[in-house]
Design a protein around this ligand. Structure first.
Ligand code: SAM
Length: 211
């Protein structure tokens, strides 16, 4: 993702009520924060937040937490949430490597990974959000019966992710190499990147998997 330095974004985020600032102190307290026992779903690397905002609007009985490491992108999601004020949506600016410091074992019911950065060099494979290292982190925070949905147009990254799921002993519930022309197309909520890449003619791959 090409990133511009958005002036003042750090300051705006620091003051925003929808951003959790001391995220590690929230570990084990997410249901308390939302004020209900509804399941908690997270999107890791949410970018400008279109997907998670659409999901939060469509599913008021699910709590959503969007995770993004860059202020310059997160600010765009915050601007939209400032207008909509969805009660079941919060954001964290953080590096996903530290998810286990922020969510208790079993605290998260579902994880979405959309168009994650490919990290094409072999030596960076463990930084990919679908590497066995990340799958182990997700496994800890996921509740019984929880899972991960991963979408991408990057076939190499997708094949790598399926292999990593096998290596981690995860099971795959559904796999498609062309989501928009598949039996799973109905009800699919598009992300910003998905819209961009599918309009260029790239097929979208998707896997639903669980530990
Ligand atoms: N999910 C969005 C979509 O589909 O439109 C954005 C996709 S963009 C290619 C990937 C996003 O993930 C970027 O905004 C990037 O900053 C964020 N990201 C990548 N690695 C991350 C990590 N380890 N922790 C938190 N955010 C991450």
């Amino acid at each position: 993702m090409r990133l511009r330095n958005v002036k003042g974004s750090r300051e705006a985020i620091a003051e925003n009520e929808y951003v959790i600032h001391d995220e590690e102190s929230m570990k084990g307290k997410w249901h308390e924060l939302f004020g209900n026992d509804n399941p908690i779903h997270i999107e890791v690397g949410m970018g400008k937040g279109r997907f998670i905002m659409d999901m939060a609007r469509l599913n008021p009985d699910i709590n959503y937490v969007g995770i993004e490491k860059f202020s310059s992108v997160l600010i765009r999601a915050i601007e939209k949430q400032e207008v909509e004020k969805l009660p079941n949506l919060r954001f964290i600016r953080m590096e996903a490597e530290y998810l286990e410091n922020v969510f208790n074992n079993g605290e998260v019911s579902y994880i979405y990974l959309n168009f994650s950065d490919p990290w094409p060099k072999d030596r960076h494979a463990k930084r990919r959000l679908t590497s066995v290292q990340f799958l182990a982190r997700y496994e800890k925070i996921l509740s019984e019966g929880g899972g991960v949905t991963f979408k991408t147009d990057n076939r190499d990254l997708f094949d790598f992710s399926l292999e990593q799921a096998d290596e981690a002993g995860w099971s795959k519930k559904t796999v498609t190499y062309d989501l928009h022309n598949s039996e799973y197309a109905e009800g699919n909520v598009m992300t910003e990147y998905e819209e961009r890449f599918s309009s260029m003619g790239n097929p979208i791959c998707r896997v639903e998997m669980s530990p």
